[in-house]
Design a protein around this ligand. Structure first.
Ligand SMILES: [Zn+2]
Length: 431
């Protein structure tokens, strides 16, 4: 049964009443520079938010050994000793409604050169109806929207009839092991909503992604006798060309895909980091290229890994020094399949109702050309999972920002979804 109009009105009014507070809390979360390996203060913040609202808390360190054997575990090579997952649960006395996972990630990508930002990335500012800052869109505003959406239901005098897990995870931007750790811990529900910045569209598919590092070696000499050496940095520049060929070939194959055939160039290769050499007057003996490439949801990661290695080897074979000293390919993060949401029309219908009730518009669909954590829930754990979140801009770029009008609408839409999905009843304790 759909939500009654007076229930919706009461919940929407509760969102409006708390919205200034929500924006301020979002601003404080964006202030925390929770880049990879430094997420723990943001996790402290989220744990505090959940605890103060009376959620039953679970807050644990992620131990990589515990995750081995789970699907698509990525590769972690940095200090992981402070890695945590934070989950708050609202458990009804009698579970009569459907259960739900709301999940946000608090890790953010690096800022790049600070001089390119108009406002410093971790000093969030509101200008012209947008909140600016690294992570403002991806995805701290969405996480807080989900938190305040549940608040609005409770502040309007209702309680949920289904169990709700609110999960704050890390590593969404590099391996996905934060989401996996929650699954390994045993968290399950009838549906999972991830408020990533989908532009108020329903995002129910994503690509797979592989991170790999091409390690090119050279022959060091004094640059005065450069002809006797072999320059690993120049060779690395050649090696970038090889995956570009693979990218072209993979996009040719993607043209016939029933979903991604509609997207121009869905599979992107990116050489993202380059490190190499030791001295300006020495011919460099080494160069490492950190790369990312996308794959269609149905492609097997193992097959794609083989194609990547083959393409590097083939290119190296044409350069005599590299033919004898072939570059190594290391896996350096994501090793992940994509997903297409399993057919659960009631999930989409419930989100569409909620979206329409707020915006008066039909809900669009986003075909993500990156990946997100929804894949684990849906693909491997039989939990239909999707993203729905606010309008963001310049995600992973300079002057990232989220639109506050869309954030307010998104908060209402998520609140309506949660209320409809889990079911609500008057909270007699608050009456
Ligand atoms: Zn994100």
């Amino acid at each position: 049964m759909a939500l009654a109009q007076n229930d919706r009105d009461a919940i929407a009014a509760a969102v409006d009443r708390a919205f200034d507070d929500q924006v301020e809390a979002t601003r404080r979360l964006v202030e925390i520079p929770s880049t990879r390996g430094a997420e723990w203060p943001a996790q402290d913040f989220m744990a505090g938010q959940l605890r103060s609202r009376g959620y039953v808390m679970d807050d644990w360190s992620i131990v990589m050994e515990d995750l081995q054997g789970l699907p698509d575990v990525g590769v972690i090579t940095h200090d992981f000793s402070r890695a945590r997952t934070v989950v708050g649960t609202l458990q009804p006395a009698q579970e009569e409604g459907r259960s739900l996972i709301l999940q946000g990630h608090c890790d953010v990508v690096p800022t790049g050169p600070l001089r390119m930002w108009t406002t410093p990335p971790f000093q969030p500012e509101i200008k012209d109806g947008w909140l600016h800052g690294r992570g403002a869109a991806d995805m701290k505003s969405g996480t807080m929207a989900a938190l305040y959406a549940v608040d609005a239901i409770r502040n309007a005098g209702y309680r949920l009839k289904g169990r709700l897990h609110f999960q704050s995870v890390i590593e969404e931007e590099s391996t996905g092991v934060g989401a996996l750790s929650a699954l390994q811990r045993g968290y399950r529900a009838d549906c999972a909503l991830l408020p990533e910045p989908s532009g108020q569209t329903f995002s129910d598919v994503c690509l797979g992604v592989i991170w790999f590092r091409i390690k090119v070696s050279g022959e060091p000499t004094h640059v005065a006798r450069a002809g006797e050496g072999f320059n690993a940095i120049k060779a690395a520049a050649e090696m970038i060309r090889a995956p570009e060929g693979l990218e072209r070939e993979w996009n040719r194959r993607a043209a016939d895909h029933p979903i991604y055939g509609a997207v121009t160039h869905p599979l992107n290769f990116n050489p993202g980091i380059i490190h190499g050499g030791d001295w300006a007057s020495s011919v460099p003996a080494w160069c490492d290229l950190d790369c990312r490439i996308g794959l269609l949801p149905e492609w097997r990661v193992e097959d794609c890994q083989r194609e990547i290695v083959d393409c590097i080897n083939k290119a190296a074979a044409e350069i005599p020094f590299l033919a004898n000293n072939p570059p190594e390919v290391e896996w350096s993060g994501y090793l992940s399949h994509g997903y297409v949401m399993r057919d659960r029309p009631e999930v989409r219908a419930t989100m569409e109702d909620a979206h329409k009730a707020v915006t008066g518009q039909p809900m669009g669909r986003r075909l993500a050309t990156a990946l997100n954590d929804a894949r684990f829930y849906d693909r491997y754990f039989d939990i239909p999972a999707f993203c729905y979140g606010p309008v963001g801009e310049r995600i992973h770029g300079f002057n990232e920002r989220v639109n506050l009008a869309s954030l307010r609408e998104t908060t209402k839409a998520i609140a309506f979804f949660v209320a409809q999905w889990c079911g609500i009843e008057p909270d007699s304790a608050k009456a």
